[in-house]
Design a protein around this ligand. Sequence first.
Ligand code: ATP
Ligand code: MG
Length: 428
Amino acid sequence: MNSSLDVSDGSRKPIIYSRKDHTISRKQISSAALKVLYGLNDNGYRACLVGGGVRDLLLGRVPKDFDIATDAHPEKIREIFKNSRLIGRRFRLAHVRFGREIIEVATFRSSREMSRSDSDVSQEGQILRDNAYGTLEEDVWRRDFTINALYYDIRDFSVLDYVGGVSDLRQGVIKLIGKPIVRYREDPVRMLRAIRFAAKLGFTITRSTMSPIPSLVHLFNDISPARLFDETMKLFNTGHALAVYERLFEVGLFALLYPSTRRVQTSELDSHNKFVLKALRNTDHRILNGKSVNPAFLISVFLWYPMKTVYSAEVGRGNNQKDALRLASDKILREQAKILSIPRRFTQAVRDIWELQARFSNRSPRRASRLLEATKFRAAYDFLLLRSGDDRALLELVDWWTRFQSADFGERKQLFQEVKHAEKRRKK
Ligand code: ATP
Ligand code: MG
């Protein structure tokens, strides 16, 4: 590895791709992002598009959002754009709002050790506050991956590459800038980001960026559960959940994010895996087709078999089914909250989805009609569908509920008759 990549001296010369040497055109940049870039530029500040915006445009993809970096300090950005506000403590930024679009504007940071005080870095080397401002040349070195450290300069529409990012984009590799161990210690979330970008772009993580991960996973204990939750949302709800899961699993990170999955009994491991993989595939499929996903659904899937293990133990202790379900849900969600702080509206949805599973088998006219009105009926029904897999009894139940949902009054009567007959047959 090029050792000069390890120093943030800012003395390296960039490769400059002028307007005619790259494919980014202003037409591909949202008008909101352009307004911010020009607004800063007109006020005498340096303004560049950075990160995912540049990366994805160079790859011919549509960026998820546009991030901007500038030498204007947050207070100045706030002054220039009336429609902006400042956010973040660990990392102060400005959000400039145009209708529903938010443009994130970050001031160039310096990664010089000297500019950080002791209280900015934890004993493990984790950066707690990163607000030492610097120049563009310094900002490059504190970015995570080479492909994320390209700058599109609004002054002359050139792309500045200090770290070989364009070449890595061409080769399809994810490579950390600097010494991987140091960079992961500074911010362990970068391990998840490496996996997310590899999955999203179909890229390979270079050996030096990949190999330290298994030995550093313990660093996850130091990340706040709120931040980890935000990251897992991006991991599983952006259309590449299956690829992300497989990679996380390989390096032992999945079990750290969802430790309860270690509870799944050996005899159930196969079913659990099939169930999870099917759900991930469905989720990606939905997103690909522009449908919405409720993040609670996948959480309820990941934790279903672990919850069932605890549930069986509670029933074994003499609890009735309802109490056992409540105790098991409490235990599993409490365990989970130590790692990821899942907002209450999601944990409630997880509980509802689980709780409704037991209610599907009661198909008396009154109960069935009531169940149909439950707020989480649709998600619970999808969950049942997923569970049915190759279980004949569940398949029959799913089929009944599928017909029941779209049945008119007469057809419903017919369906209740069916249930009655089936019960009689079973009793004989
Ligand atoms: P996308 O928005 O498509 O998920 P992105 O690369 O734009 O990907 P963001 O989280 O929006 O990711 O961050 C914007 C840029 O900020 C990144 O490209 C990277 O240069 C820098 N960055 C973000 N998070 C980190 C981090 N944890 N460590 C170092 N640099 C980071
Ligand atoms: Mg981005």
